[in-house]
Design a binder for this molecule. Structure first.
Ligand code: ZN
Length: 224
């Protein structure tokens, strides 16, 4: 039981998966999940956290979306990536480039569905870097991937990795855009959930003012 995605209704299997596969069969196109279905997947997985958080961007806020909770269920990860992959399937993507750690599982699954190469970048002394012999070659068409964007900073850090190697950035994708009004890119950017979440610079954070201890669930400071 623990290895399977939580069912939407007890004892009736995953209704989202069933209804999507039915739609796919009927329409003969890539599955399209409604916002309601996507939200249900996040809620079902326990991926929406409340508390006091310091995001990778350095901003503070009271909500956190832990995509790892969703992606721990391959069935959900596949389904959500199918929705994103569908939006890029005509774009001849050669490489999906994800930001470690959150972007890796999404990157891999998107690459699998787009028949592309899965490459991830990781921070070395604070700087996004390609390691482990992973490369992007001249002329390759690249899709940038992250799990959650708050300011878009991490995705923007991936841009020079591609451009310095002569790769072509076709677009970007993330499961969640926490602030669609603030996050702007010079290329198309597709997300599953786009919601404005309140966040604050540390000095303006009301939770800090109340002295509430915070969590740092992001991976910016992760060692390796
Ligand atoms: Zn705070």
């Amino acid at each position: 039981m623990s290895g399977t995605a939580p069912s939407l209704e007890k004892g009736r299997g995953c209704r989202i998966t069933e209804s999507v596969s039915k739609n796919t069969k009927k329409m003969g196109v890539t599955a399209v999940l409604s916002q309601e279905e996507i939200l249900k997947i996040f809620k079902n997985s326990g991926a929406l956290w409340e508390g006091h958080f310091v995001y990778t961007s350095g901003l503070h806020g009271n909500k956190y979306i832990q995509c790892a909770r969703v992606s721990q269920f391959p069935e959900y990860n596949e389904l959500l990536c199918k929705e994103l992959a569908g939006r890029y399937k005509e774009q001849d993507i050669d490489v999906v480039l994800g930001a470690a750690v959150g972007g890796i599982i999404i990157c891999y699954e998107l690459a699998r569905q787009l028949s592309a190469k899965s490459v991830f970048a990781e921070r070395v002394e604070g700087k996004m870097t390609l390691r482990r012999g992973l490369e992007i070659n001249e002329g390759e068409r690249v899709l940038l991937v992250e799990d959650v964007v708050t300011t878009g900073g991490t995705v923007k850090e991936l841009v020079p990795l591609v451009e310095s190697r002569g790769g072509i950035i076709v677009g970007g994708a993330a499961f969640v855009n926490r602030n669609p009004e603030r996050v702007k890119f010079d290329f198309p950017f597709e997300t599953l959930l786009s919601t404005v979440f309140s966040d604050y610079p540390p000095e303006e954070c009301p939770l800090c003012k109340e002295g509430i201890p915070f969590d740092r669930p992001g991976s910016r400071t992760l060692a390796k």
